[in-house]
Design a protein around this ligand. Sequence first.
Ligand SMILES: [Zn+2]
Length: 127
Amino acid sequence: MSAIDKLLHQVAWDPLDFLIIDTPPGTGDTHLSIIQNIPVTGALLVTTPQKAALEVTRKGADMFKRLNIPIIGIVENMSNVVCPKCNNEITLYNGGTKMMAEELGIQFMSMTYVYIHVLYVGTTFFF
Ligand SMILES: [Zn+2]
């Protein structure tokens, strides 16, 4: 039994208004297992703006469309960073998520910042 089957069928859930499942990127067995086992109201896509991430997100959008799962919208994570020296906002990539959302007819919902302390912890080579 997969971890997702255990989550859905072996957890003593109280009555739920919503169940939000954060899945790994892509279009793998996890997504199909969820779609086949529970009613899915919609998918919210979250991506970072790098080309490789957008390609994975595009495949996910295609999968949800093929399976008639409504796509609620798309959120771009790690869009900008505020320079620690001059406080200017720096766009890390060039709005690729918004362009992809428009092309696919998906609502672009928001952009989020990268926080400097996260960069220091997560990618020590960045600065
Ligand atoms: Zn600066």
